[in-house]
Design a protein around this ligand. Structure first.
Ligand code: HEC
Ligand code: HEC
Length: 396
């Protein structure tokens, strides 16, 4: 009876994809796709003024393209065993990240790094912990092919599979004009959807016009520490996106050029004669990635010698565990790392070194540490995490 009621309610304005799919002898009923009769508006999504105003419709996003992308993002059909969707590891309620250190992917395999949140991808031109991807299009299908994540080895198999569903041909037609399912179209739609995932309505954002008069005294104190010369947080996690401003755009890969931070903190660009490596300079740093002294020896070197991408801190309250390997469970532990845990490493960023090159520790008081955490929590955008435009369009 309950089930009957449920189905009746959903039947209004709903595409019910009730296709059976064979797995051994067991017939598994598919999840139902519930899209609103009126297409949701994605082209109109716009970054707030202090983040640059970009309107999605002006950078190739269409309402139907992003709608298709949303369905793809949540569809287990993109994995070989129909069990793993992008959203299995990128959960909206947690800023599109996962709450475990390593995420379960295809057939129980686990990822080797912590799942990243999706934070204003329009403002980044490098992606992943080691900045190895330079565009959201380039990235979009990598997880599908990844053995650990979704295990779909052939794109032909995927396009055929999607073309045989009851709902994709229609969605492709709406988005691209014909019913044909192609790899490029999947890539485009998925990228369109991810681009529209915009976070710009946190307490921090709301206080942009009034000097953060909306902050509590503790949050204000934390903001002051965050931007201080002593803690230097905002020199890497730069306002207003709390990631390097343009830094990701200026990313220069080792092998062509090298970008140094000299001891005075100035950026030095230098072509590498032989190519490769970090040039042997102790202050060498590929712009947008850095070594923050997590380890003396890195099992996962990231971009090289413990250099990892400087991530945005937007929604950081929701996206733990933290760091590329998810080693810290709480923000208090992260703050304690910067406060007392930075370790010596030949490639440790100069911002964490004293005049003799030794690791510096902030020696913050308990209240100051709490204040930093309180400030970090002002970067949470609850609206984005609950917006139905980005939510799961399937139901059981
Ligand atoms: C099994 C878990 C898992 C699945 C499934 C998965 N991801 Fe990820 N995702 C990760 C992990 C782990 C990382 C970080 C990888 C790294 O840096 O090496 C990541 C990184 C990303 C990033 C980079 C974010 C940034 O700021 O750089 C994006 C975007 C992304 N994934 C999108 C997707 C899409 C789209 C899909 C589906 C096609 C998907 N992911 C499926 C675990 C997953
Ligand atoms: C020299 C640049 C730099 C400075 C200064 C810096 N960070 Fe970071 N931060 C990074 C990098 C790089 C990472 C990712 C490191 C990794 O995963 O290995 C990171 C990670 C983080 C994370 C976890 C992000 C996530 O998604 O898991 C938080 C929180 C954070 N930093 C807060 C701070 C605070 C607070 C300060 C000031 C006390 C600060 N950072 C100073 C570069 C910096």
């Amino acid at each position: 009876m309950k089930k009957f009621l449920f189905t009746t309610v959903l039947a209004l304005g709903t595409v019910v994809a009730f296709e059976a799919c064979q797995s051994g002898d067991v017939i598994v009923a598919e999840k139902k796709l519930n899209l609103p009769t009126q297409t949701m508006r994605y082209a109109d999504v716009q970054l707030p003024a202090h983040l640059g105003n970009t309107r999605m419709g002006d950078i190739g996003v269409t309402d139907n393209g992003a709608t298709l992308g949303r369905v793809l993002f949540y569809d287990g059909k993109l994995s070989l065993n129909n069990q793993i969707a992008c959203a299995s590891c990128h959960k909206q309620a947690y800023g599109f990240s996962d709450i475990t250190q390593y995420s379960k992917g295809f057939e129980g395999a686990v990822t080797t790094r912590n799942a990243m949140p999706i934070v204003n991808p329009v403002l980044n031109s490098t992606l992943f912990w080691d900045s190895r991807s330079s565009s959201i299009e380039d990235l979009a299908l990598r997880p599908v092919k990844n053995h650990i994540e979704m295990g779909m080895e052939s794109m032909e198999m995927l396009t055929k599979k999607l073309a045989n569903t009851s709902y994709y041909p229609d969605l492709f037609e709406k988005a691209f004009g014909t019913r044909e399912v192609t790899e490029e179209r999947i890539q485009s739609a998925m990228s369109q959807f991810m681009r529209t995932i915009i976070t710009g309505n946190s307490k921090y954002d709301q206080g942009m016009d009034n000097m953060h008069a909306n902050f509590t005294p503790l949050e204000k104190m934390g903001y002051n520490i965050f931007t201080s010369d002593k803690a230097k947080c905002s020199s890497c996690h730069m306002e207003p996106n709390f990631a390097p401003n343009g830094g990701n755009n200026m990313m220069i890969f080792p092998g062509n050029n090298n970008v140094f931070n000299d001891p005075n903190g100035n950026f030095v660009f230098e072509p590498l004669p032989g190519g490769g490596g970090m040039g042997g300079n102790p202050y060498a740093q590929t712009l947008g990635t850095t070594n923050i002294g997590l380890d003396k020896v890195y099992a996962d070197p990231g971009m090289g010698d413990g250099h990892f991408r400087i991530p945005s801190l937007r929604n950081i309250e929701l996206t733990g565990p933290y760091m590329h390997d998810g080693r810290f469970n709480t923000l208090a532990e992260v703050v304690e790392h910067y406060n007392s845990g930075v370790q010596a490493h030949p490639k440790l960023d100069h911002k964490f070194r004293d005049a003799n090159g030794n690791p510096t520790h902030l020696n913050l008081s308990e209240v100051e540490k709490q204040a930093l955490v309180a400030f970090l929590k002002t970067l949470t955008d609850k609206q984005m995490c609950a917006d139905t435009k980005y939510s799961d369009p399937f139901s059981n």
